[in-house]
Design a protein around this ligand. Sequence first.
Ligand SMILES: [Zn+2]
Length: 101
Amino acid sequence: MWDKIRSLFTARSDPHGYTVYVACDRCGEKLKTRINKAHDLSVEYGARQGKDTYFCRKVLSGDGPCFQRIEVELTFDERKRVIDKEISGGRFISREEYMQG
Ligand SMILES: [Zn+2]
């Protein structure tokens, strides 16, 4: 019973994933991608004040006709929390903004 509750909670908070929401600079199309913290990150040993950081780079392209490539670069701290993010070809938007369509 307890395990069941815990797994439900875990699924909702998604501790192993980080979802990025972006909008295309050119056509405004909204896109999202999920980063799997267990598989998609590469470690950079001692990169931040002697502590390890993790890095992830993703390229997104929309289904629309504009073929814009949106490049996202994320840096995570040693506990895999986002500490820095950069984007080119688009801009970061919130989950709420994404859901508005
Ligand atoms: Zn576009």
